[in-house]
Write a protein that binds this ligand. Structure first.
Ligand code: COA
Ligand code: ZN
Length: 304
């Protein structure tokens, strides 16, 4: 069976955007519960300014509370300082975050597009020099909340710059869920032809209920690495209108039905989704959740 790698970003993309502040111990518990459910990669935190994203304060504490040998744990870093913090915390995989438009970079990381390219490239080079795995997000790859539609050629240009700087993987991020299957086929097809599908990952938001359809286009283009978020949590505080990520349970369900192997135990993952509800204090879950719950019973995978 062909394998697809799922990177769960709920502890980062998910919790960064929740009104409730989740304490470090509970964030550590969430990461461990995801690993216990068979999730091979988890983005555990971002080492960003706590003034910019208060919910990601304590990333160092989260990293310190994890057994970093247990799974492929990753961290988002916006600049050199974030990189140094992540490295000092023992993280072995970092992702820089470059947005495809001028305004989104200013809003998100207070840098112009050119500055962001340069800072991301420097961090990638340093990470490779230090022996860390290095990925680069290209955010708002389909549509920017400030500048509108983004040209595929611009995404390709920025991805090429990130690969040239040493990124092992470029994560094509539909930050506000502005893509549709036709556009996804064009963009993922173009990037797969330019760089090879195995060097790409897809990070999709479900604002318009198209994340799963877009994910399938990425699969058809040969992409085998996906970000997703348990319970469909997620959103960028600096991108107005961004809704949750593609729910991990929806993605895994699709992949299993289509004959791909993810290593993820859906029954255990549903337990994690229920646990997340207790952390954030509201109902969460992907669109397939009621059906999945009927298939797998109401198992609770979080020690209860
Ligand atoms: N971690 C912690 N603190 C940081 C930091 C980091 N990675 N980078 C900068 N800071 C601190 C500086 O030390 C400085 O602190 P001081 O005022 O106490 O001296 C302060 O933040 C301002 O530093 P500066 O370099 O001028 O940053 P900025 O104000 O231009 O903000 C970012 C730039 C990148 C730090 C900020 O915009 C950010 O953290 N963005 C993250 C956005 C995000 O996570 N989006 C969602 C995910 S895509
Ligand atoms: Zn996202």
């Amino acid at each position: 069976m062909e394998r697809v790698i799922v990177n769960d970003v709920s502890p980062r993309d998910g919790l960064q955007n929740e009104p409730a502040a989740v304490p470090s111990a509970a964030r550590i518990g969430l990461v461990n519960a995801l690993v216990e459910a068979g999730v091979p990669a988890v983005e555990v935190a971002s080492f960003v300014s706590p003034r910019a994203v208060p919910k990601m304060a304590g990333a160092d504490e989260v990293a310190a509370g994890l057994d970093l040998n247990r799974a492929d744990f990753r961290a988002l870093v916006p600049n050199r300082k974030g990189y140094e913090r992540a490295r000092a915390a023992g993280m072995r995989s970092v992702a820089v975050v470059l947005a495809a438009t001028e305004t989104m970079n200013v809003q998100n990381i207070n840098m112009s597009l050119d500055q962001a390219v340069q800072v991301c490239a420097e961090v990638l080079q340093q990470a490779r020099h230090d022996g860390l795995a290095a990925r680069a997000y290209v955010a708002v790859a389909f549509e920017c909340p400030f500048e509108g539609a983004v040209a595929d050629g611009e995404v390709e240009r920025l991805a090429a710059a990130m690969f040239a700087a040493g990124a092992e993987e470029v994560v094509v991020a539909d930050t506000i869920g502005g893509g549709n299957p036709r556009r996804a086929k064009e963009l993922f097809g173009r990037l797969a032809a330019a760089f090879g599908p195995m060097r790409l990952a897809a990070h999709l938001h479900d604002t318009r209920a198209l994340a799963l359809a877009n994910a399938w286009q990425a699969v058809e283009c040969g992409i085998r690495k996906f970000d997703a978020s348990a319970g469909g949590l997620g959103g960028c505080p600096f991108a107005p209108g961004a809704a949750g990520n593609l729910a991990t349970e929806d993605l895994v369900s699709l992949l299993q039905q289509a004959g791909f192997h993810t290593g993820i135990d859906l029954a255990a993952l549903l337990g994690v989704v229920r646990h997340i509800e207790t952390l954030v204090g509201r109902p969460v879950g992907g669109r397939s959740l009621p059906w999945l719950q009927r298939q797998h019973g109401t198992h609770n995978g979080c020690g209860e």
